[in-house]
Design a protein around this ligand. Structure first.
Ligand code: GDP
Length: 527
């Protein structure tokens, strides 16, 4: 392999969590270990606090922060780590789902008090679809959380994944004394630390070592022995292959805000987390070690300043070497393009880079040539597979308030949907334009941006749909008949694929039962 050394030192991952579980805090601690930042408090949360807000300055501010923290690259023990940020707010969940197509593994943060929460479930569904390897960090052990065995059971049951504890906590809340590292049989006593220093780790050759009793007291020592015996019996040794195939998730306990238990996880992460791997395309498997460059766009970030309608397209490099100022083949446009100022992201500053390798994420300056899912190659025509579009959850009719600006509106909607801000459907009967989003907040963002960036005035009228299903059938006539018969509920998506818009679960299930020759898909692949 030509670029073997570069590829094998890269680990590209995302931290996912329900808002407030501690993603931002953990990110900051990881960056401290990598020396990418010196002081705690330097990483800003990109979450949008208010649920639905008309304060667009706030949205702009938040988006500004999130572009700066979209990708954080740092080195730790010779490993080059690309940490991709994901928006915490559920209204931007689609952005997160797509970011997950660009990573090789994830760290899932769970709040020990709240356990599995709504966003955790949905994010894990996406990980399971792709068999993404997952490491679980159970956070906030300094608070009185759930019983840890119950918590493990809850996570396994709710997230449909098998767990494997790597560390084990001694109590929680005020009584939290530390974690025992099952793997290397050492004890780390709980201290709050905001710096990235090697804490004292106490090696215990044997759990029966009296040092343990002296350190944590007889009662807790006895409990730990009992727990660990139970865990050893149930879990045995972690098989790294089971982790890599997404079947088993190693679990760590800690407290991100106290930088406790984080290093154990990071050390294991750099040891076992996958390096970039080969990827499927519409034509063939692209081997990560191929000499020829290939990559795809998974996220587009617009500049909300109306005077600069430029965007940054985020590209994940999948093979070969990407070079500045070299011409590459834009598969969809069938055109050669080159980039004079590709960005890499070292923590909070953007740097222009000369080259990048598989696993890296590069920010490309874009004036409207990119759509989510676009592929760049050195000439070959293919698309990377498995970049999903999910059904929106809120549907509204797009109403043009200014007929003089119809062209602008169309252009705006087309570009915003290319960016993945929303999905556009055109109803078969009546030709209504329907915008589908994951959250209310996105409608406000769209309305605001259409006006500011395109001068188009739009309004939205609620529609009674709850889900979009993409339809396929081996029998084109049956599909045609269905679409015609269900005109009010039928639409095509932006690429002309037929879609059924369901009013309720009951209607959807009825249609699925009544139409065995038609397949209803809950996600659609962009390619
Ligand atoms: P995010 O929404 O997942 O990014 O969560 P944040 O990192 O912003 O954390 C949410 C809140 O939890 C903040 O007030 C943090 O200070 C707090 N927090 C994070 N980690 C811990 C922890 O280990 N223990 C406690 N008690 N609080 C924590």
């Amino acid at each position: 392999m030509k670029f073997e050394k570069e590829i094998n030192r890269r680990k590209t991952f995302a931290i996912i969590s329900h808002p407030d579980a501690g993603k931002t805090t953990l990110t900051e601690k990881l960056l401290l270990f990598g020396g990418a930042i010196q002081v705690a408090g330097a990483v800003k949360s990109n979450k949008i606090k208010k649920h639905a807000t008309s304060d667009f300055m706030e949205i702009e501010r938040q988006r500004g922060i999130s572009v700066a923290t979209s990708v954080m690259t740092f080195e730790y023990k010779d490993t080059l780590i690309n940490l991709l940020d994901t928006p915490g707010h559920k209204d931007f969940a689609e952005d997160t789902y797509r970011t997950l197509t660009a990573v090789d593994s994830v760290i899932l943060v769970i709040d020990s008090v709240n356990g599995v929460e709504a966003q955790t479930r949905r994010l894990m569904e996406v990980c399971r679809m792709r068999d993404t390897p997952v490491i679980v960090f159970i956070n906030k052990m300094d608070r009185d959380g759930k019983n840890r065995f119950d918590l493990l059971e809850e996570i396994e049951k709710e997230l449909h994944i098998s767990l494997h504890p790597m560390t084990w906590p001694i109590n929680s809340g005020k009584e939290f004394k530390g974690v025992y590292n099952i793997d290397n049989k050492s004890l780390r006593l709980f201290t709050a630390s905001t710096k990235a220093e090697e804490d004292d780790v106490i090696g215990i050759s044997d759990l029966n070592d009296a040092t343990l009793d002296a350190m944590v007291g007889d009662r807790d020592a006895a409990q730990l022995r009992e727990d660990v015996e139970l865990i050893d019996g149930v879990y045995g040794e972690l098989k790294v292959d089971d982790y890599l195939s997404g079947r088993i998730a190693p679990v760590f306990f800690g407290s991100a805000v106290n930088n406790f238990g984080v290093k154990e996880m990071l050390d294991t992460f750099i040891r076992i987390a996958p390096v970039p791997r080969s990827r499927e395309t519409s034509k063939r498997t692209v081997d990560v070690g191929e000499d020829q460059f290939s990559g795809f766009i998974f996220k587009i970030h617009a500049n909300l300043d109306p005077k600069h309608r430029d965007r940054i397209a985020f590209m994940r490099v999948c093979s070969g070497r990407f070079e500045r100022n070299k011409y590459y083949h834009h598969v969809r446009l069938d055109r050669d393009v080159r980039f004079s100022n590709p960005y890499s992201f070292m923590a909070r500053s953007k740097d222009i880079i000369d080259d990048a390798y598989a696993g890296d994420v590069v920010g490309l300056f874009d004036t409207g040539n990119f759509k989510i899912g676009d592929t760049l190659t050195e000439g070959e025509d293919f698309y990377f597979s498995g970049i999903p579009t999910f059904s929106p959850e809120i549907f509204k009719e797009l109403v043009n308030k200014d007929p003089m600006k119809t062209k602008q509106l169309e252009k705006g909607v087309s570009q915003l949907t290319d960016e993945g801000v929303a999905q556009l459907f055109t109803q078969f009967g009546g030709n209504k334009k329907i915008i589908g989003c994951v959250g209310e907040l996105q409608f406000e963002v769209i309305q605001y941006r259409l006006l500011q960036e395109y001068g188009a005035a739009a309004e939205f009228r609620p529609l009674p749909f709850y889900k979009a299903c993409w339809l396929t059938s081996e029998d084109p006539k049956k599909l045609d008949d269905f679409l015609r018969f269900k005109q009010q509920n039928s639409a095509e998506d932006k690429d002309g694929h037929p879609v059924y818009l369901a009013q309720s679960e009951w209607f959807l299930n009825t249609e699925i039962t009544n139409n065995p020759d038609i397949k209803f898909h809950f996600t659609s692949e962009i390619h």
